[in-house]
Every structure is written in structure tokens, then in C-alpha cells.
Design a protein around this ligand. Structure first.
Ligand SMILES: NC(=O)CC[C@H](N)C(=O)O
Length: 192
């Protein structure tokens, strides 16, 4: 049976996430049909979800306006997995330290937007990630800093700061795992 994988398609690297989900599924002998989420009524049919980067203010506004936000919360309540990257992580956090982002409160962390610096401060790093045998090459673009971790596990840190966290079915990263053609973070989020 094929899995239905939803990618929130308000903004961000939708096709890159789709490719990484398909290849992670394949490595587990599964197939995934990827659907783009821009309106309500689709999330309830999804087995797994990715929330890409972009502008967290915009993504959060659209998720609430379109009635997608409560569907994502129900998805997690049902124990189904989410990978939330960069702006996606901000949207899923419990506190974004920014009134313009109405967070979904699905990951027990508080974040600071753009705290790794502006676009020109974007950087790449090889990270040791819990659950992966070899380092993961991570791309950080106007990345959020995770500055408080509540009831969540830290899977990876960079420069002493957590950059990948897991809270039950929700895995969040400050970086963009979809950009390097390496689907191991998608694999961890959805199949481990
Ligand atoms: N690459 C990204 O997703 C950047 C996130 C963006 N700076 C925000 O705060 O929404």
C-alpha cells in the first residue's frame, strides 16, 4: 500500500521535500504519493507531513486562515509523524518569541527567529545526529535558534546549540535537510 505524504505548500522547498520523502520511503520498500497542502481537507488523509522552510509569519497565517492548523494538531494527536524544517520548526514550536507567529505548540521548544543571522550569514556544517551512523551535511539559511528545550529530545547540536529536536511524532530541524540529496533525516522522521 502506498503512503500519502502531505507537504505544506504555502512556500519553500516543496519538490525537494517530496523527492526526499519518496527516496526515504523507497529505502523501506514503501511507496509514497506526495500531495501538496494549501487548503483544509487534505491533511486528514495524510500518513505523514512535512512543513518546509519559508517565512514562518506567512506560513502560520495561512495555516490558521485556511483551517489547516487544527488538522495538523489532530494529525499529531493521532500519533502520525511530522518533519518540520526551519520556518516549519518555528511554526510547530511552543513559543516563537514573535507575536506574528501563532505557533501550533506541537514541539516543546522555544525558538528565536533568524538568530543564527541574516541571509549573508547562512552556513553549512557537518552534524552528528542521534540515530545516524555518519555526519549529516546541513544547510542553515536564516535559521532559528532553539533556545529552550522542554519535554523534547535533542538529536543534534551545532556550536553548543540544539539544531534538531524530537517531541514524540514531531521532528524539527533548524536547518534544511531537503537541500543536499540526503534523505536520512526524512527517514528518521517518518520511518524510524
Ligand atoms: N529558511 C527559513 O525557513 C528561514 C525562516 C525564516 N527566517 C523565518 O523566521 O520564518
Amino acid at each position: 500500500m502506498s503512503l500519502t505524504a502531505g507537504v505544506v505548500a504555502v512556500q519553500g522547498d516543496v519538490s525537494e521535500h517530496a523527492g526526499a520523502i519518496e527516496s526515504a520511503a523507497q529505502s523501506h520498500g514503501e511507496t509514497a504519493e506526495v500531495v501538496e497542502i494549501r487548503q483544509s481537507g487534505i491533511v486528514p488523509d495524510c500518513d505523514l507531513l512535512a512543513i518546509p522552510g519559508g517565512e514562518s509569519t506567512t506560513i502560520s497565517r495561512l495555516l490558521h486562515r485556511e483551517g489547516i492548523a487544527p488538522e495538523i494538531q489532530e494529525h499529531v494527536e493521532a500519533g502520525k509523524p511530522i518533519l518540520a524544517t526551519c520556518a516549519g520548526l518555528i511554526v510547530c514550536s511552543s513559543d516563537a518569541n514573535d507575536d506574528r507567529v501563532d505557533t501550533l505548540d506541537l514541539l516543546d521548544v522555544s525558538v528565536k527567529r533568524n538568530a543564527f543571522g541574516r541571509q549573508k550569514d547562512s552556513f553549512e556544517a557537518n552534524l552528528d545526529v542521534d540515530g545516524l551512523d555518519d555526519p549529516f551535511h546541513a544547510v542553515f539559511i536564516r535559521a532559528p535558534v532553539i533556545d529552550e528545550v522542554g519535554d523534547a529530545d535533542v538529536l543534534a547540536s551545532w556550536d553548543g546549540r540544539p539544531v534538531a529536536v524530537r517531541d514524540g511524532p514531531v521532528l524539527g530541524t533548524s536547518f534544511h535537510p531537503e537541500l543536499t540529496g540526503d534523505s536520512r533525516i526524512h527517514d528518521l522522521a517518518f520511518f524510524e
